[in-house]
Design a protein around this ligand. Structure first.
Ligand code: PEP
Ligand code: MG
Length: 589
């Protein structure tokens, strides 16, 4: 394949899923083509209403199946998209409106559905902002599914390719992205989207090289155009010349070699060349993700974000339901440890069962342990469930958002109460369950030596620790430039916490994103960290880095980095060091 038509053209976007794809463009449409009205005879109306009702039921079933699949392959974040779709579809006001219009206007259901959704999409599209754009995308997706079921086309995606291709689209709807056939789809290039868009998350889960946010690629290419897509760098080349093609074929080979190497590394220990072992654990939100941790070579769960039990449902989970879930995770991971963090609700995570008033500063407000301590009923029932799972002897409990000894002591009192209740009920639990805290508020890092005297382990939550140290909201794009993960003050906080743990002989882990950030890993090892918990897909790469360095080298780099004045300098230096050592490896830079 060469550039038989057009001039070689390079486009750039955000690299969203690793890998290199070489192939032919297959364009898929995102917007439903306009549906024109068809007038009904009055006698046809009842049948049309029945047809609409049946399509709603079928679509509901299809969305529920998608939800399950999304939860399975990509976790809660994508599963929730389909929860939103079920809410849109199940909106009885909307359904009644459609039925009313069919009866009144006597047009076919396809047209009324198309038009009713179009009005909502139009309304939303006038509002600026990512949330509204996503909401419009959800509406389009539900509409497309409903129309397909109405037409008896089932849930198939009409323009899904039948041969091997690189997909190009404005964006993929969640349904399109979920139903991709990775044997046929070798790469994905989209006009819009970012690293955390559903397309990006699903592409990573499905392991399809992807570049998003390219701008207008879908308007610039045609079906069948030759295309190269580099999901490591974000480069997309249309109509590549012969030499470019040869260069990328060799790059693709190297990348495949890299992936094989990661595969081989799974079963080996994460040990530096001079014999210091670093525990690599995984972060999970659902019990079944424990299997992913194991298959990526992780040897424990360092953070089970239990609040997700709340976020996927309207009602509050009972003690027995929670026990079933925690016990499942413990069983799947045994004999490796599972650290269950008690609910971290509040901030940006809400639930109908917890009354959180509007707050000016929710991230400085009623969040996590603060909610648990004021809702003792919920807290005790969660602790009882965790304790019952601890009968397997590989469960630990961790309190989030501890700012000082007061909350830690209070939380431990509630834990004791929960133990007594279980004793009363003659239920088994581990009486010596290990109790830890997250160090994610600067006061906890500064005061870690005293906190460590009253608990069994510390786990540094860098996602929050960074935002509270540099006062930059972790989710606010506008201040993303201030959210500096390599800020010297953040590194000092980590250092203080590790030293506090060493002094008190208390285990210190780290479970924020920084632990899975390649350039940060030598630094964290050099600071004395012996456990890093991360998104499981990062475990093999981080293991490769650890196995290629000595502890002494890491300490040397860390000493140098700790003398630098800015986050930028430190990050550049660490990336440079990785580049020197892994020049032949195709990612991380
Ligand atoms: C953290 O704050 O670093 C952390 C791991 O917890 P979460 O991301 O759930 O707030
Ligand atoms: Mg946190």
């Amino acid at each position: 394949m060469g550039s038989e038509s057009g001039k070689e053209c390079i486009l750039r976007g955000i690299p969203a899923a690793h890998g290199i794809a070489i192939g032919r463009v297959h364009l898929i449409t995102y917007n439903e083509p306009e549906v024109l009205p068809r007038k009904l005879a009055p006698a046809e109306v009842p049948e049309e209403l029945a047809r609409f009702n049946a399509a709603v039921e079928q679509t509901k079933g299809a969305i529920e199946r998608s939800r399950e699949r999304a939860l399975d392959i990509a976790g809660i974040a994508v599963g929730k998209i389909f929860d939103a779709h079920l809410l849109i579809l199940g909106d009885t006001v909307f359904q009644d409106q459609v039925r009313g219009r069919i009866a009144r206007e006597q047009f076919d259901a396809e047209y009324i559905i198309y038009d009713s959704f179009a009005q909502m999409i139009e309304l939303i599209s006038r509002s600026a902002g990512e949330v509204f754009r996503e909401r419009a995308a959800d509406l389009r997706d539900v509409r497309a599914r409903l129309l397909r079921h109405l037409r008896g086309e089932g849930d198939l995606i009409p323009d899904h390719p039948t041969h091997e291709v690189v997909l190009v689209a404005e964006d993929l709807s969640p349904t399109q992205a979920l139903n991709l056939d990775r044997k046929l789809v070798h790469g994905i290039a989209t006009d819009i989207g970012g690293l955390t868009s559903h397309t990006a998350i699903l592409a990573r889960s499905l392991d399809i090289p992807t570049v998003v946010g390219i701008g207008d690629i879908s308007a610039r290419v045609h079906n069948g155009d030759a295309i190269i897509l580099n999901g490591n760098s974000g480069k997309v080349i249309v109509h590549p010349q012969k030499a470019t093609l040869a260069e990328y074929e060799s790059k693709r080979e190297r990348f495949r070699g890299f992936q094989r190497m990661l595969e081989d590394i799974r079963t080996q220990p994460a040990m530096t060349t001079d014999g210091r072992e670093i525990l690599l654990w995984g972060n999970i939100e659902l019990p079944r993700e424990a299997e992913l941790v194991m298959s990526h070579g992780g040897t424990g769960v360092g953070l089970f974000r239990s609040e997700f039990l709340f976020l996927t449902r309207e009602t509050t989970p009972t003690e027995d339901e929670q026990f079933g879930i925690y016990d499942k995770a413990a069983e799947l991971m045994a004999p490796y440890p599972v650290v269950i963090r008690t609910f971290d609700l509040g901030g940006d995570k809400y639930h109908a069962g917890i009354n959180i008033r509007d707050e000016k500063n929710p991230f400085l407000g009623y969040r996590a342990l603060r909610v648990s301590l004021s809702r003792r009923d919920l807290f005790r029932s969660q602790l009882r469930a965790i304790l019952r799972a601890s009968a397997r002897e590989n469960v630990m409990v961790m309190f989030p958002f501890v700012s000082g000894l007061e909350e830690l002591r209070e939380a431990k009192v509630v834990l004791e109460e929960a133990k007594q209740e279980l004793q009363h009920r003659k239920l088994a639990f581990d009486p010596d369950i290990r109790v830890g805290i997250m160090v994610e508020i600067p006061s906890a890092a500064v005061f870690a030596d005293r906190l460590a005297e009253e608990c069994d382990f510390l786990s540094i939550g860098t996602n929050d620790l960074i935002q509270y140290t540099v006062a930059a909201d972790r989710a606010n794009e506008q201040v993303a430039g201030y959210y500096r993960s390599f800020h010297p003050a953040v590194l000092r906080m980590i250092e203080m916490t590790v030293k506090a743990g060493e002094k008190r002989n208390v285990h210190v882990g780290l479970c924020g994103e920084l632990g899975g950030t390649p350039a940060a890993v030598p630094l964290l090892v050099g600071l004395g960290m012996t456990e890093l918990s991360m998104t499981s897909s990062m475990i093999p790469e981080i293991k490769k880095i650890i196995r290629s360095l000595s502890y002494e080298e890491c300490k040397r780099m860390t000493r140098k980095a700790m003398k630098m004045g800015t986050s930028h300098e430190i990050q550049q230096y660490m990336q440079g060091e990785l580049k020197k050592r892994f020049a032949d490896l195709p990612i991380w830079f």
